[in-house]
Structures are given as C-alpha cells and as structure tokens.
Ligand binder design. Structure first.
Ligand code: G16
Length: 542
C-alpha cells in the first residue's frame, strides 16, 4: 500500500558542494529524510519504471535511510532499485553501477571524510544517469522543492533484508541486492596492468593501505590482497564501522598522521596510501615523501599512458581552481586541453561526458578519470601502483624527477574550521570589496598582478557559476585563494590556498611552509584573518 504523508518544509535543506550534509540528529527530525528524498524525486522527470541505485559508506544511520529510500522509490514509481549488500557502496562504485547498468540515477548516502556516529555527520546526494553528482540546475530545483513540499509518498512494506544478495519484491518494485565490490574490481582490472603490479608485490614491494574503518576496506582487501597478491595485512583498518572507530575518516596529514610517521620512518614500506569515508579521496605517501594531491594529479597525468586503460593518451586534464597549476604544465607539454573549474566534482561531469578531459583532480585529495563520474580513491592508488611497477623507481624518485622536468608548485591549504558564520562572511565580503583596488599594489615584497572572484563559464552547456573563490595573483605566478567550504556541518570553514611556482632549475627541496612563508603572511595582511576570526593559526594545514 502506498501512503501519502503530509509534511512541512524544513528551511535548511540546501545541497552544498556535494549533497546535503548535516548532523545525524538533524536528519533524525520527523520527515527530514523523507522530505529531502521526495524533493529529489519531485525534481526529476521520466523515472517511472526505471532503475535507481542506492548505497552509502556504512556510517551511522546508513541502514535506516536505505530502507526509507527503498520504500519511497517503490511508492514513487521506480521499476527497480539496486542496493549494495549491507547498504554499502563506495561513492565511485555507486557511480560505476549507475553507468554500467544504465540506471536512471542514484542516491549516495555519505558525509565523506566527516566523522560518523549518533552525533556526527550524515549526508544524502543525488547522482544523475551519467553516474556523477547532480549539476547545480538540479540541486537548485531540489532546494526550491524542499521549501515548498507538503507531502511525500512511501510504500508500507516490511524492511528488506539488505544483507542477503538476491532479488526481492518491495510493493511491486524489484529490489536487487548486489555484491558492492565485484563490478568495481572488474572495472579496475580492465584499466590497470594487474600482472605488472602483481609481479611487483611478488618480488617484495611493500605497501600500507589504511581504509580508516571506512568503505574502501572490502574493496582494498579484494583488489590489493586477493587479486593483486599483496601480503595479508596490506589493507589495514579494513572493517567498515558506523563510527569509523571514533576517528575522522579523512586521509590527510592530521587524521592519517600515523601513516605519515610510519612512511617517514626507517622501516617504512615502499608505498603508503589511504582513502576516506566513502572511498573517493586518496592520500599518497611514498617512502620518505608526501605527495600533495595537486602534484599527484600532475604526476598521474604525465604517466597515465603506462596503464593499459590510458595507453592511447589523455584528451585533456581538468582541475578545480584552487588546485595548483602543476597539472597545467603537463597538459601544456602533452599539447592537450586544460580546464579550470570551481570546487566540486560535479563541475567535471560535462567535460568528461563531452570527451574534453580524461583525468581530473582537486587539491582536496580527489583524483579520477572518465571511467566513472566521481573521484576515486582506490583508482588513484592503483594508477600509482601501476606506474611504480612499470617504471621500477621509488615514488620519491618519480616525484623528484617530475619537479626536475616541470618545476615545482609549492602548495599548501590552511583551514580555519568552525568559524562563526557571520565572521567568516564578513571576512569574505571585506576582501571582495577591495578586489578592484588591489592590482598594482604590494604586500611586503609581493606585487599584486590581478585579483578577482572566480567565475566559471562551462564550455559545454554555457552555464555560469559566480563567486567561486577569491584569487589574488602576484607577479611571478604565485597566488593565494580564499573561499568558504561548502561541505562543513557546523559554522563556516575558511580555506586559504597558497601556491608558489619554482622553476626546474630553482630550489626544489625546500620545506613547504617555509617556501610559502611570505605568501602566508600576505594572506593574513590581505584578509585580516586574525582580526575577523579571532584565530592565530589554522586548524588544519595540508
Ligand atoms: C567534496 C567535493 C569536492 C570538493 C570537496 C571540498 O568532496 O566532491 O569536489 O573539493 O568536497 O569541498 P569544500 O572545499 O567546499 O569543502 P567530498 O570528498 O567531501 O565529497
């Protein structure tokens, strides 16, 4: 039986950089989940009888929302749903399933790298038929709908046993529970030289992969240990837990510090990597060297042809605006297109669909390609493993050789988390207000060449996205970028991105923060971070 339930709108269901992310108690308010899912369905057209993919990163509240989503999909007229066993699908795996089975779209349940648990974060994101996050046109429509919604539809059905692979009936709609790993592992095997990677492990190559008790655990176990023959124990913390073991499943130098310390130590394995809550981010650390996400993008792009899936070369590279320009130099050398998009993986979708870009990346630990329409943590790790196996050099050698060829983009991001929203907005407004007067002036020894608020004109569909981050560009190619995060769940997070280019014959071996010291000071002078936020130092430096 289908019930139509009366409801009242919530005014805070605006999707952010990557879907709706809130604290679990917010999602647990009466009808909060139902309102949002109904608003998603109400913003779509033509899904009657079609297939919907449902899966998440296994965090607290995942299983409950999977059941609600199944019952609502049945009531709203979907023909079938595909659900990962246990309600589990990593974000890239969900993207692959949508594409592979020609589903209409998917609901991806995750708050990414944010912590999980009864008082922590949860999220719901809608992905379209190309497997990628819904573009702004759709997320805007969803938000508009959440403000007007008066009722939702739900089927009165018993809970589906989502832990058993098979096909079930849900009020006339078919529910297919699938192995969350198999299709993804097969896709990876089609892209990379598994024989070469397997041989490398066989001859003693040692690696540590930290799944951070998040979704990539089962994927890493299957691919690294079972298919590639890496020794047991290569995948660590591989059991997904609803609270990620009480940690932030954020693969950065703060939350994966243990891995960093190990990789810098005397007994380090050859290669270290980690992924986040939903499996789309990656952390890459070679023995004795941390690889920044921006450098990793550039290095992967420069060497991708060593993997069978990319042997024909790349069509183009895309990166988010705050990501360093390291990949631009690779694109220039390869003679292929380079695209600069706003932060948010959704902006890459059009470029990938149009065949303009093959590889994309972001400073926020995201790298991916046209194999799916999400960034993909394990994909990046496997491409690294493929390159290491073919080149037979260490990660450190590969990185240093890259700098010696292209020069080095010293790069760092300083985050000020949980700043009072009004104060963060005031800082941005003040900066915006003086943009026009900055060019030609100097901060310390640095002369400002240009300053603007980044605007993206999508070359494929002509859509325009304004106010995507304030850029202050200095003579010589250095820059600082300021923007407010669109993924936080409490207060505002100010992100300051700092970059300086050092040519290949320059000093390539400096410590990053010292190499950027004058720019860090300039960022403070320009934005008055301390005065506005009351903070003396960033919460997180990556
Ligand atoms: C999401 C988006 C990324 C973005 C990142 C950080 O990643 O998919 O495109 O770079 O958030 O965004 P912000 O700077 O607005 O916080 P994830 O891994 O959180 O889904």
């Amino acid at each position: 039986m289908i019930r139509t339930v009366e409801t009242k709108p919530y005014d805070d269901q605006k999707p952010g950089t990557s879907g709706l992310r809130k604290k679990v108690p917010v999602f647990q308010q009466p009808n909060y989940v139902e309102n949002f899912i109904q608003s998603v369905f109400d913003s779509l057209e033509g899904f009657q009888g079609k297939e919907l993919v449902i899966g998440g990163d296994g965090r607290y509240f995942n299983r409950e929302v999977v059941q609600i989503a199944i019952a609502m999909a049945a009531a709203n007229g979907f023909g079938s749903v595909i659900v990962g066993r246990g309600g589990i699908l990593s974000t890239p795996a969900a993207s692959n399933i949508i594409r592979k089975y020609n589903a209409f779209g998917g609901l991806v349940l995750s708050a990414s790298h944010n912590p999980g648990g009864p008082h922590e974060d949860f999220g719901i994101k809608y992905n379209i038929g190309n497997g990628g996050p819904a573009p702004e046109k759709i997320t805007d429509a969803i938000f508009a709908r959440t403000k007007a919604i008066a009722s939702y539809k739900i089927a009165d059905i018993d809970a589906i046993d989502i832990d058993r692979i098979g096909e079930f009936d849900a009020g006339g709609m078919k529910v297919k529970i699938i192995d969350p790993v198999a299709d993804y592992a097969e896709l990876m095997e089609s892209l990379f030289d598994f024989d070469a990677i397997r041989a490398n492990f066989k001859y003693g190559f040692r690696m540590a992969f930290d799944a951070m008790h998040a979704v990539t655990g089962p994927y890493a176990k299957e691919i690294l240990e079972l298919r590639l023959g890496a020794p047991k124990g290569t995948a660590r913390n591989f059991k997904p837990l609803p609270d990620f073991g009480g940690h932030h499943p954020d693969p950065n130098l703060v939350h994966a510090k243990h891995l960093y310390d190990e990789m810098m130590g005397p007994d380090a394995p050859d290669f270290g990597a980690a992924s986040d809550g939903d499996g789309d981010r990656n952390l890459i650390i070679g023995k004795g060297i941390f690889v920044t996400p921006s450098d990793s993008l550039a290095i992967l792009a420069a060497n991708a042809h060593l993997a069978p899936g990319y042997a024909k070369g790349l069509k183009g590279i895309a990166r988010s605006m705050p990501t360093s320009g390291a990949a631009d130099r690779v694109a220039e050398k390869l003679g292929i297109g380079m695209y600069e998009t706003p932060t948010g993986w959704k902006f890459f979708g059009n470029l990938l669909d149009a065949g303009m870009a093959t590889i994309c990346g972001e400073e926020s630990a995201g790298t991916g390609s046209d194999h799916v329409r999400e960034k993909d943590g394990l994909w990046a790790v496997l491409l690294w493993l493929n390159i290491l196996a073919i080149r037979g050099e260490s990660a450190k050698q590969i990185v240093e050789e890259h700098w010696a060829t292209y020069g080095r983009n010293y790069y760092s991001r300083h985050d000020y988390e949980e700043v009072e929203t009004a104060r963060a907005n005031a800082l941005m407004d003040a900066l915006r207000g003086k943009l026009g007067s900055l060019p030609g002036t100097s901060v310390g020894d640095l002369k400002i060449a240009a300053a603007d608020d980044f605007q993206y004109d999508d070359p494929v569909d002509g859509s325009v996205s304004k106010n995507q981050g304030i850029r202050v560009m200095f003579e010589g190619g250095s820059r600082v970028v300021f923007r407010l995060s669109g993924t936080g769940t409490s207060g505002a997070t100010l992100r300051v991105y700092i970059e300086r280019y050092e040519p290949k014959d320059g000093n390539l071996g400096l410590e990053t923060q010292s190499a950027l010291a004058d720019l860090i000071a300039a960022a403070e002078t320009l934005a008055g971070i301390h005065a506005h936020t009351g903070r003396n130092k960033p919460t997180v430096i990556t």
